[in-house]
Write a protein that binds this ligand. Sequence first.
Ligand code: GCW
Length: 669
Amino acid sequence: MQYTKCWLDWKEIPKEQKRKCYYRPVLLACGPVAATAGEEYCISMGEMLGREISLLEMADGCEPAVFLEVDGAMQTGARNEALAEQTFAIREEGDSIRITGRSEEALLQGVFAFTRMVSLAQLDEKLPFQCIPSMPLRMMDHWDDMDGSIERGYSGRSFFYDNYEILYNERTEMYVRLMASIGVNAIVINNVNVHERETYLITDAYLAQVKKYADLFARYGIRLFMCVNFAAPMQLGNIPVSDPLDPDVIAWWQDAVKHVYEVIPEFGGFLVKADSEGRPGPITYGRTQADGANMLARALAPYGGILIWRCFVYNCRQDWRDYKTDRARAAYDHFIELDGEFDDNVILQIKNGPMDFQVREPVSPLFGGLKRTNMMIELQIAQEYTGQQIDLCYLIPMWKEILSFDTYACGEGTPVEQVVSGRSYAQVNCGMAAVINTGDDENWTGNDLAGANLYGFGRLAMDPSLTAEEIASEWCRLNLSQSDEVAKVVVPMLMGSWATYENYSSPLGIGWMVSPPTHYGPDVDGFEYDRWGTYHRSDLHGIGVDRTDAGTGYVNQYNEPWRSIYGKMDTCPEELLLFFHHVPYTYVLKTGKTLIQHIYDTHFEGVEEVEEMQRQWASLEGKIPDRAFRCVSERFERQLANAIEWRDRINTYFYRKCGIGDEKGRKIY
Ligand code: GCW
């Protein structure tokens, strides 16, 4: 199958930008990842210079060269050794350039940064340049299943598996190059929902093939992780229980892990979804999440492995009549009391919000609550609830907002970014993970523009100080066209797309209202009388969930001042108003509009904004690659139909509930 090279599709640079040294790369380091760095230099620079480039053994005399080197004694200023190891620097020395990594992996990152700067003509402005990555772990979570499907995948089928076989081909290599080039250093190759056959991934049924992946990943400085089934000892070991304190269970896992490391010495560790949405876990045996996580972590520890445990633990068999149980509370309620009980090689992976990747949610209060536990934020690049890569929704602005949210965990000025990068509590096992949005579609991400989210996640995890515009502009120039004219259209379009999606979908933080089986398209009451704990509680007077003291008490999971700010309708940020409060339709917002008028207006505006994006996109015909142009044009058509459906269903639903008409007299059904 065909595939594009995304941001690694280098174009020849203008003659005046071609420096003499570019033609003469000298690799001064050895080792497998250093060799990859050399290869990547030659591929990228060869394409940008328009001729084949090869590595030189030695610099001859005074000819300018680009030196690729590893300096284990390099002074970095990094706050810990783990990050120091990942630091690289690029500097000029006369007419030569030195790309220096503190390790081979860092050198490879340096080469990717360098080639990107050359392509974007940024070298003059950026050198000398040093990069200490912000997040120690920058991880992609695949929800690929071995039958070849992808849970919540919107870009075709898996390129890892087909029909319970592990695939390995040129595409696999392209994929790993793409990931390494944006700074990813850990990849989980299978879905957190570990089904029957996937349980065997850690056994000889598949390990030899997994090792091929691990070896490939390792050449690019990436560690391979797998999801495991907490009940594997029962399924594979004929043990009657999977109780984490049972000696047979403990011994079974020790053996299993030992064998994994015999085959794959560089194996990264496990990611576990337990006690969640039907997955087995320690609760069955009256054990805590810490008992479960530590048992696995101890099996991994002798080999330097890491155990990542998800906090997405909640009761998915709720009764909609019950106004006290609140799914939003679940993660915090399950984990806060275990703070300090997890082993050093355990990381809790926490979804950004308390519910589930909605277009708007508050930040999970766990980031401000846990203080003696390694944490990692889990984002979703796959647009499950944000348009499924049909609708455009550039997520970097959302993630920037989340990372900069002040948790007040150590007083004012403790943003999420600081917590998950390990700065707040001097941790090294932490970082950012994301559910990836790739599949075997030609362009990898279904909608070409969804590639900006994939690219942006990596860039942001390396350097959260990059702005969403900078990332959008880089992506646009590397993927679509170097021309300013194109960037002037695409960058604002990306930047506004989250707000647009939010405008025509569910209002003011309430979330859901999507079609239950697909999670795409509107169904206002789709989840309302269901067991999933996702309610909007609309009646003839108002809408929203009371999560104050008088309601579910969820607000109390936040540190002050958030507890107070969220707790009152007039101080609660309005974009989250309905998440925290049950609000009358006639409530007047800061804009002077009533709540119901706000709902009508945003829904009409959302559709108009999509129409405008469509017009803007049409203006790019002939200015960007035709394939991308046509792909996105077709997506915009479907987005418009979707936006119209959302607008009319939402407006009609609330009009029928409250009987209050639109002030502007527009058509509501
Ligand atoms: O958002 C929900 C998805 C499930 C997913 C689950 C999770 C992998 O609808 O498909 O399962 O979250 O994060 O575990």
